[in-house]
Ligand binder design. Sequence first.
Ligand code: FPP
Length: 250
Amino acid sequence: MRIRIPEHLAIIMDGNGRWAERRHLPRIAGHHRGVEAVREVVSECRTLGVRYLTLYAFSSENWGRPEDEVNALMGLLIRYLASELDDLCARSIRFRVIGEIERLPAEVVRVLRETMERTAGNTSMVLTLALSYGSRNELIRAMRSLAREVAAGRLAPEEIDEARVAGALDTAGMPDPDLLIRTSGEMRISNFLLWQLAYAELYYTEELWPDFSRQKLHEALAVFARRQRRFGLTSAQIAEGDGPFEENSH
Ligand code: FPP
C-alpha cells in the first residue's frame, strides 16, 4: 500500500541538549548525535519522495546561547556541509537556506553559498536549512521589500495579495509545508514559518531529536497519511469532493 507522502515536510529539531544532559555529556554531544539524525532523515525523505524538507537548525534566538555552544554549532554546520556535498549531488538534492545568513560567520556564509551554487541544478529534493531564522524577522524583511516596491512606484498597495507576500518571503517558490514535526514533547511553533504553516498538519513526538530515527519518521508519516485535511471546508463539502484534495503523485 502506498501512503500519502507530504510534498513539503518541515521539522523543528528539538531536544539535543536534553539528550546529552540525560547522559551526563556536554550539550554539544547532543548536537553531534543530532547531525546523525539529520543525515538519516534527509536520506529517508529523499528515498520516500518528499520534495521539500525544511529543518530548523538555528533560530534567531539561538544567538543568545553560550558562545562556546554557538561556535560548536557553526563548526558542526561547516563539517556537515563539507561531508555531505558529494552525497547531495549524487542524490540530486538541492540545498537552500532561509534566514538572516549575513549574521553568520563569514566562513559559514562562504560554505553555504558554495553548497547552494554546487547543488543549484539538482532536482529530486530541496533540503532547506533555517539558519539565524525567525519567522517574524522574515515577515518584517518581506514587508520592507514590498514597501520599497510601493515607494518606488513599481507596485500598487492593492496588488499586494497572498502570492506577493509569499513571493517576498525567504521560502519564495516553495509550496507551504503539509506537515510540521516537532520533537522532544514541546507543543510550540517557536517563530518558525508562521505564514507558511497556515494549513499544515502538526505532529509532536516525545522523542528527543538525536533519537529521531527512520522508524520514528515513518510513524509520523503514517499519522499524517491518516489525517484528513479540511482547508476550512465542511465535512459535506469534502464528501462532495470540493477543494484541493489531490494526493501527491509521488
Ligand atoms: C535543539 O536542541 C536543536 C538545535 C539548537 C539545533 C539543531 C542542530 C542540529 C541538529 C545540529 C546541527 C545541524 C546541522 C544541519 C549540521 P536544543 O539544544 O534546543 O535541545 P534542548 O531543548 O534539549 O536544550
